[in-house]
Design a binder for this molecule. Structure first.
Ligand code: SAH
Ligand code: SF4
Length: 360
């Protein structure tokens, strides 16, 4: 059996005080192993359980009607079913919904649901806070409180999906909420597999995007292991500029990051998204745009310009709309695929970089 099939060690967050395992933090092979080793049951039981947990969203073992009463009893002794309960749901004038979840240890995280025509995107969190310290980002101010467990990541789409009105469903998942997903790598991978599995949440890899600050080795690893869409937060057009606002650049230079992006073998038809937050008079000139074109040369890229979302804790401003337009025009005139992200849910602090504001 390979290392990835080994059950997580006791202790840590996967077990509660009674030593019961958090079943929803297990991948399917791990669940099979648990069913075999801890319950003495055959692998098909694991698949039954898996469907109850992720397809039917069961919250108790009691409701698992095709398992014997005896087995349900043993499960309840050895395992728990984690779920998320929204503490607050805020609705923006533009239809965006922000969910604040309180976790078992009292920490809080947020998810944001963004309806946009045919598409309904859920922006998910991967950590409580973040340790990357990007100077412009409010989540960064919190520091890293802890990583999220796989169950806490994958329960976000499960829970939100089950509360939607009839006829609406989440079409896209983006890991762009609180936290740096690639810093919580193994838990992220387990959660993504749950999101993608046909017998679990069943999202196509085409509809899942992971956004990273640029943890280069992990970015390469993710690309090699799962076909999800990749987004890289670039936010600067020179090494010096990026170092100043994104301290991770001191560990993994811009050059190293772009080399990785150039070398990653993308599945047919895919491009890497480069997020570029525009800050007034800092990185929004046409010289910046020209440098950006050069930097991305040879990469299958698309650029997503994000006018900075203001907040009172920072002196930063977004550029005037005409300047954003000029920046976009420059990129497009050089043949680049480039969109501008309209801020959503600003009135409820749900826009990019505003998450964590209400967190105590
Ligand atoms: N940690 C990951 C994902 C979460 S941040 C990452 O950094 O990519 C998601 C996006 O929000 C990033 O592109 C980040 O640059 C952007 N962002 C952060 N604060 C922002 C703000 N105040 N206004 C606009 N975008 C912001
Ligand atoms: Fe963390 Fe992303 Fe915010 Fe940087 S932008 S502090 S990596 S959440």
């Amino acid at each position: 059996m390979s290392a990835s099939h080994t059950l997580p060690k006791a202790g840590g967050l996967l077990y509660d005080e009674q030593g019961r395992i958090d079943l929803k933090s297990l991948s399917l092979p791990e669940l099979e192993r648990f069913t075999q080793e801890a319950l003495g049951e055959r692998p098909f039981r694991a698949r039954q359980l898996w469907k109850w947990l992720w397809q039917k969203g069961a919250r108790t073992f009691q409701e698992m009607s095709d398992l014997s009463g005896e087995l349900r009893g043993r499960l309840a002794e050895k395992a728990t079913i984690a779920f998320l309960e929204p503490e607050i749901i805020l609705r923006s004038a533009d239809g965006t919904l922000k969910y604040l979840w309180r976790l078992q240890d009292g920490q809080t995280i947020e998810s944001v649901l963004i309806p946009d025509g045919e598409r309904t995107t859920l922006c998910m969190s991967s950590q409580v806070g973040c340790s990357m310290g990007c100077t412009f980002c409010l989540t960064g101010d919190l520091g890293l409180r802890r990583h999220l467990k796989p169950s806490e990541i994958a329960n976000q789409p499960l829970q939100v999906g089950r509360q939607l009105p009839e006829g609406t469903r989440i079409t896209n998942l983006v890991l762009m909420g609180m936290g740096e997903p690639l810093h919580n790598f193994e838990n992220l991978l387990t959660a993504l597999r749950i999101c993608m599995d046909d017998n679990a949440l069943n999202y196509s890899h085409r509809r899942i995007t992971v956004s990273t600050v640029g943890l280069t080795p992990k970015l390469r690893e993710l690309a090699a292991r799962l076909p999800v869409n990749l987004a890289v937060s670039l936010n600067a057009s020179t090494e010096a500029q990026r170092r100043e606002i994104m301290p991770i650049t001191k560990r993994h230079s811009l050059e190293e990051l772009l080399e990785a992006c150039r070398e990653i073998k993308l599945p047919a038809g895919k491009r890497i998204t480069f997020e570029y937050v525009l800050f007034r008079d800092q990185n929004d000139s046409l010289e910046d745009a020209a440098r950006l074109v050069k930097l991305l040369h040879g990469i299958k890229a698309k650029v997503n310009l994000i006018p900075y979302n203001e907040n009172p804790d920072r002196d930063l401003r977004p550029p005037a709309p005409a300047r954003v337009q000029a920046f976009q025009n420059h990129l497009m005139s050089r043949g680049m695929n480039c969109t501008v992200r309209t801020p959503r849910g600003q009135d409820i602090s749900a826009a990019c970089g505003q998450l964590g504001k209400a967190v105590g």
